[in-house]
Design a protein around this ligand. Sequence first.
Ligand SMILES: Cc1ncc(COP(=O)(O)O)c(C=O)c1O
Length: 358
Amino acid sequence: MNHNSNHGGNIFAMARNLGLRPEDILDFSASINPLGPPPTALEAIRSVCDNLVHYPDSDATELRHALARYHGIAPENICAANGSTELIYLLPRLARGRRALVVAPPFSEYARALVREGWEFDYFLLSSKEDFVLSASRLELELRKGYDLLFLCNPGNPTGRLLPISEIKEIVACCSETGTFLALDEAFIDFREEESAKHFICSAGNGIVLRSMTKFFAIPGLRLGYAIGSQEIIADLAAMREPWSVNTLAQAAGVAALADSDYTVRTRQYVARERECLAAGLLEIPGLKPYQSDANYLLIEILAGPDATQLQSQLLEDHILVRDCSNFHGLNDRFFRVAVRTTEENGRLLQALRRIYA
Ligand SMILES: Cc1ncc(COP(=O)(O)O)c(C=O)c1O
């Protein structure tokens, strides 16, 4: 299978297949900040081009210090990476063991990383009947069966559901008891930063938080992510990384993006407002059920009408690309996901959906 077909955002392949230019497609399939990258980050990229004759700083020192200031955490608790995907692939080696539990529906790379390292794994399925809300006590019962590693994404992707930090703390405590290493994927927590378990995980010492800069700062093409954890775990992780995986342009963009606090505030307000407008518009379309979300995307269940694959094709006639969720473990062809985009773009999506459901 083409690796891209596992994900949203395969805009280049999609455009080629349709005989279109990538810019002709309105991409709701990848959940990227609709305001685009902070202009300061783009300026920073241009300003460091002369440094491309040198290897990047392999320790990403300036970036880690900027992240440390941003989060109120020591730089020794942070490891930068070529997107959080690089870290997902290092995790099975870092955690050591052979049996993992993956909360589902999950990001597909967890399973690929586990299989690559020869791990066995089970899924812990969240149910649409419970609105994809995770019950910490039910998860704890499962963990007591003996797992070496737990992959949990908060807020969940594609569900958008946020587990409050009080419940994450319970899960961390349970993982300590059962000897389970916790990989807490917070790729989309920037929209609700106050719910991040970053400080807690640093002191708990039995897991890491995975963070991505590609979604909130709209730079997926640049590749930038990082891990937060105890100094011992971060030292082990840093030793496993290949040198120079975070390039000079990404490091400079990251430092500049973190300093742009106006952008951060504007993004949170904009996305929260647009998400609620989009959800309200979707609710008015009989046959569609959007789930509550704390992130910059909405999972939608199709209660009546074409399945997600057919719906994706129909929307492509309007050059609109949504994420067909039928290949997520734990979902089926009645689910699709859309990113929250600009007011005007969300309006175009709603209009196209209204036409299909008329
Ligand atoms: C839940 C989740 N985690 C991690 C990633 C990887 O992000 P990146 O490697 O761009 O940081 C993604 C990308 O879609 C994701 O959806």
